[in-house]
Design a protein around this ligand. Structure first.
Ligand code: KG4
Ligand code: ZN
Length: 340
């Protein structure tokens, strides 16, 4: 069996062809980073328009590389939740149109569950049950993943997502978009102890939630400094930028590691799967690997290209297909987070 998977939840237009044996026949990702860079963040209207322009060439390219025709597909799958409403609609309309024209089943993908499934794709073997940590531009949450279609929400950010904080802090430091890679590069020559930034909700051990907005404000005040409320990145030396980046990154990573360890303890799970763009972060990967060694849990993180948005992780659709969970053509987008 072969399916075409589509991903247009945010600012990446992606399509892949995958088999039920989880072989990836093709994967195409058209990034919009260039379009959003001058705004230092994703502009929803621009993202939706760019998806409209790119979705058909992206699908064509995925089919061409896989050497598969539309008629040879067994189903079409699309991420319909969560994400930006306008962006989600483009993928959904494309998928529904193909299903209507070809008479093929439509399968819905939960984008966050798919981020965890990226670990399954990378590992090439079963990864459930596991604790799932999703750290992306729009989401930071912990799930008890009992099986590929059985996710229980344990906690998440009460304000900004970790990736969003990376993007905003990068803008404050005069670093380019997307902020995660830029901040992490700048942090390499910085001192992570130069600034004592807050670890949001760290004191509340019972709560598996995150908070990054206070950290963002703390960075803003550290840049301004006492008596310099209007100071900007321009007044910082390269070493100060590096120190701020390193101290900020250390605070985010500390929060993510601490809460993940608390969740492992609470659930008694022995495997942690991490997905989403921020899972590409080197310090986070190192710190989790250290913790896994010390505490004896299994750690699975996909390679960076499967951490950021892609359509390969949409292979989770096979799990729903196998369970008989297909959708009618009145399927809608659900932009907000559904906690399961
Ligand atoms: O999963 P993703 O591609 O899109 C969403 O679903 O949001 O995640 C994008 C986010 C951006 O905020 C980006 O700055 C962040 O992931 N990111 C990183 C790194 N690479 C990407 N954050 C920290 N370190 C990185 N190396
Ligand atoms: Zn994502």
């Amino acid at each position: 069996m072969k399916i075409l998977t589509l991903e247009t939840t945010c600012d990446e237009t992606a399509a892949a062809v995958v088999t039920d044996e989880l072989a990836v026949l093709s994967s195409v990702v058209a990034s919009q980073d260039e379009l959003h860079r001058r705004y230092a963040g994703v502009v929803p209207e621009i993202a939706a328009r760019a998806h409209v322009e790119r979705i058909l060439p992206t699908i064509d390219e995925a089919l061409r590389r896989a050497n598969v025709t539309l008629e040879q597909l067994d189903a079409v799958a699309v991420a319909n939740t969560p994400g930006l409403a306008g962006s989600l609609l483009v993928g959904l309309v494309a998928a529904k149109t193909l299903c209507a024209a070809l008479g093929k089943p439509l399968v819905a993908i939960n984008h966050l569950h798919a981020h965890i499934y990226a670990c399954r794709m990378a590992a090439g073997r079963e990864v459930f049950p596991c604790l799932g940590l999703i750290v992306s531009g729009g989401h930071t949450s912990l799930y008890h993943c009992r099986g590929p279609i059985e996710f229980e929400y344990l906690g998440g950010t009460i304000d900004d997502a970790a990736g969003e904080a990376f993007d905003k802090v990068a803008a404050m430091l005069g670093l380019p978009y997307p902020g995660g890679p830029a901040v992490s590069r700048a942090a390499e020559t910085g001192n992570p102890r130069a600034y004592d930034f807050p670890r949001g909700l760290a004191g509340d051990k019972q709560r598996l939630d995150f908070s990054f907005s206070g950290l963002k404000t703390a960075v803003r005040y550290a840049i301004a400094g006492p008596g310099k409320p209007n100071a900007s990145a321009k007044s910082l030396t390269p070493q100060q930028v590096a120190d701020l980046a390193a101290s900020f990154q250390a605070a985010v990573v500390d929060s993510l590691v601490t809460k993940s360890l608390a969740a492992l303890e609470r659930t008694a799970l022995t495997r942690l799967c991490v997905g989403g763009g921020v899972a590409a972060n080197r310090l986070l990967r190192e710190r989790l690997a250290q913790a896994a060694k010390q505490r004896g849990f299994e750690l699975l993180i996909a390679p960076p290209e499967l951490c950021t948005d892609n359509a390969v992780m949409g292979a989770i659709a096979f799990e729903r297909l196998k369970a008989g969970r297909t959708e009618s053509l009145d399927l809608d987008v659900v932009p907000g987070l559904v906690r399961h």
